[in-house]
Design a binder for this molecule. Structure first.
Ligand code: ES4
Ligand code: ZN
Length: 315
């Protein structure tokens, strides 16, 4: 089955073996976050800390080009035809690379993967909300510069429990004025009020996660009515304990309610998932093959990509 995803953090897609190899080259100790070939963390805060540490081993332009090519190559081998991933200039700066060089090298990785497998990809610059509104605005101003054509979106990531969406309205206005697609993480760690606030203040066409909207039927009706697309990441939700088990996950209920749903891997090796695993999760949840193929169409329809590429992918 052809697959597509809209929600994956590029450093969060780094395989632990790749991180360990780069760490050894740069003399960085990652024994605290990688044990027995897997990432170790125990809650969202320690997950973000492990993610930051893993990110810190990618330092050169070649490192990031390889990371993007590796990620997209794996996706293409599993049957993906299109992928968007989040890029974080703040993480690049922390690792000592200028945002321009970071995005340019990731673009080279995208082009390499396209040549090798035909997969198409675009990047979404994210602001990290727990770094504060100033940092998020800086990320938006960077994303808004026309010098990186494969950056087609802007998003809000980080710890949803910190700040309120209105704090980031200026950043989203900058990105919107630049013609970028907009998405915001909400309704993952916090409930429906967080999704409503994000929709009101930031006016994104897509919500990252959004699954906890299911707790408010009125909000679900709004999401359906406004055509908001949810970037659902079941494996991430289960790994982080947002839901205790597969049976509790609202994927099927969201689909039945008429929500425009896509399937996504978020930070795959951190959550011991892959995009193919997410499609398998949907099948096990009783979602038929036609509807699963619909997730792929939905992702391409909601993608932050030019219409010529979109229509080619939809054929
Ligand atoms: C995230 Cl800043 C960041 N990195 C990776 N995964 C995330 N989820 C939410 N924010
Ligand atoms: Zn995410």
């Amino acid at each position: 089955m052809p697959m597509a995803e809209l929600h994956c953090h590029i450093e969060g897609a780094a395989h632990p073996d790749l991180v360990r190899a780069h760490a050894a080259r740069h003399g960085i100790d990652v024994s605290g976050i990688i044990r027995d070939g897997h990432y170790v963390w125990h809650d969202f805060t320690s997950f973000l800390a492990a993610y930051d540490r893993a990110s810190s081993v990618f330092r050169s332009e070649a490192d990031y080009a390889d990371l993007a090519a590796d990620h997209l190559g794996r996706l293409a081998a599993a049957g993906a035809i299109y992928a968007e991933f989040f890029v974080s200039p703040d993480h690049a700066c922390e690792a000592g690379l200028a945002p321009e060089a970071y995005v340019a090298s990731l673009s080279r990785g995208i082009e390499q993967a396209r040549q090798e497998s035909g997969i198409e990809a675009r990047m979404i610059v994210v602001g990290v909300r727990h770094l504060g509104p100033e940092a998020v605005e800086r990320a938006a101003r960077f994303a808004a510069r026309p010098s990186h054509p494969l950056v087609t979106g802007f998003g809000l990531a980080g710890d949803e429990r910190i700040g309120t969406p209105a704090d980031f309205a200026r950043a989203f206005a900058i990105a919107r004025d630049a013609g970028l697609g907009l998405t915001a993480h909400a309704g993952e760690l916090c409930g429906p009020e967080s999704v409503r606030a994000a929709l009101d203040a930031l006016k994104p066409s897509r919500i990252g996660h959004g699954v906890r909207a299911i707790e408010d039927p009125e909000l679900v009706r709004r999401i359906v009515g406004e055509g908001i697309v949810l970037e659902v990441c079941p494996g991430s939700n289960l790994a982080l304990g947002i839901y205790p088990d597969a049976a509790s996950h609202p994927l099927k209920r969201l689909v039945s309610a008429g929500v425009r749903v896509t399937l996504n891997s978020d930070d795959p090796p951190f959550f011991r998932t892959t995009l193919a695993d997410e499609y398998a999760f949907a099948a096990e949840a009783g979602i038929d093959a036609g509807t699963r193929l619909g997730f792929t169409r939905q992702a391409i329809e909601a993608a932050f990509v030019d219409d010529a590429t979109r229509h080619r992918l939809l054929d």
